[in-house]
Design a protein around this ligand. Structure first.
Ligand SMILES: NC(=O)c1ccc[n+]([C@@H]2O[C@H](COP(=O)([O-])OP(=O)(O)OC[C@H]3O[C@@H](n4cnc5c(N)ncnc54)[C@H](OP(=O)(O)O)[C@@H]3O)[C@@H](O)[C@H]2O)c1
Length: 256
């Protein structure tokens, strides 16, 4: 992470599990970040995140945050401001495809769509990242290099949609992409050295993909270590040419 000077500050929104947790782990051990905040609903009691807090002390700070509540996002920004004047890397890693109770499940056909599931998907996959930008805007406008990266998904590409299905998740990620692009335009004026990115991690072995892994060839199912390392590589190398773009784990541009 050589493009971030020592002493930089990161916030991983969705850092309690999966790829987000691995971002926290890799950012803590790379030596460039004085502090890494990690949020999620379970931040106060997520065992693997708490193990990182024990390992790194005050450098890793858990922040309980439910994206369904804008007030939580506002409070998270206030928590950061109490210790740090700026955030140099903000990663939105949270995502929702299905839930533990299977009340939310990717739709196969129109009959499966319901308003409550659409709303929940949009709250986490689309509204969350843009509300993070709203409440963290002062922390991101600091004149130094910064990156705002949101984890999207290739299935959120409108141009790439040939299979159909998964209405809520696809549409929410497409909306997230539009938010990222629109933020990029506004931040070009307000924080010219901030690079905004939409990133696709590839199919990665986490709870989110677990029910859908059977049809994925072994070599196409990434470990969280691999996915996080590749995405941090893209973040580290991102400059104005990448600003407002949508990229896969291998650096290839994805059509909107
Ligand atoms: N895994 C894949 O194959 C894959 C493929 C393409 C794209 N992606 C995208 O990559 C990102 C990371 O996915 P993952 O596989 O690491 O997912 P994951 O293991 O299921 O982790 C999801 C994260 O989102 C957080 N989250 C969920 N609902 C939330 C809410 N209401 N408020 C706050 N945080 C919430 C969770 O924290 P709490 O439970 O603590 O709230 C957790 O930290 C997501 O954006 C996903 O859409 C993943």
């Amino acid at each position: 992470m050589g493009s971030f000077p020592p002493g930089s500050v990161a916030f991983v929104q969705g850092g309690t599990r999966g790829i987000g947790l691995e971002f926290v782990r890799q950012l803590a051990s790379c030596g460039r970040f004085a502090r890494i905040y990690a949020s999620g609903r379970s931040a106060a009691d997520a065992p693997e995140l708490l193990a990182l807090v024990r390992q790194w002390g005050e450098r890793v700070v858990p922040v309980p945050l439910n994206l369904a509540w804008e007030r939580d996002i506002e409070n998270a920004a206030a928590t950061v401001r109490r210790r740090d004047p700026a955030v140099h890397l903000l990663i939105n890693a949270s995502g929702l495809l299905h839930d533990a109770a299977n009340e939310l499940w990717p739709e196969k056909r129109l009959e499966d769509i319901d308003a409550e599931s659409l709303l929940r998907s949009f709250q986490v996959n689309a509204f969350g990242p843009v509300l993070m930008a709203k409440h963290f805007r002062d922390l991101l406008c600091h004149g130094r290099r910064g990156v705002l990266a949101s984890l999207s998904a290739r299935v959120g590409s409108i141009g790439d949609n040939r299979l159909g299905g998964w209405y809520a998740y696809r549409a929410a990620k497409a909306a997230q992409n539009m938010f990222t692009r629109t933020l990029a335009v506004e931040f070009s004026r307000r924080a010219p050295r901030l690079v905004c990115l939409a990133l696709h991690p590839g199919t990665t072995d986490t709870g989110l993909s677990q029910p859908f892994q059977a049809r994925v060839p072994a070599e196409k199912l990434f470990s969280v270590e691999f996915a996080a390392e590749r995405l941090l590589g893209i973040i580290d190398g991102a400059d104005e040419q990448h600003h407002g773009g949508f990229f896969a784990w291998d650096g290839q541009r994805i059509p909107w």
